[in-house]
Write a protein of this length. Structure first.
Length: 89
């Protein structure tokens, strides 16, 4: 979300029910561990990286598709944020 610089830290924090300082700290830790090539970090985040790659390859789905494929409250929160940001037509 931050990679393209399109989503502000405050919005990302709101999606995960955190504050912006927590998001900034998490990003800093991520960059540090990635830069250091920490093998434990790489191992434990492999599934997340794979999911991000899959999401980047997927076509944009409709609101209806996203709701039908939703299985967690966190996914519903993400849909809510996408609605606020005008993601859906």
């Amino acid at each position: 979300m931050r990679k393209d610089g399109k989503v502000p830290f405050v919005e990302i924090a709101r999606m995960f029910d955190k504050n912006h300082a927590t998001v900034i700290h998490g990003l800093n830790v991520h960059e540090l561990l990635t830069e250091q090539k920490d093998l434990s970090y790489k191992y434990f985040t492999a599934a997340i990286r794979d999911e991000i790659k899959l999401q980047e390859r997927k076509e944009v789905r409709s609101l209806e598709d996203d709701v039908l494929h939703c299985h967690k409250i966190s996914q519903l929160k993400m849909i809510k944020e996408k609605l606020k940001m005008g993601y859906y037509d």
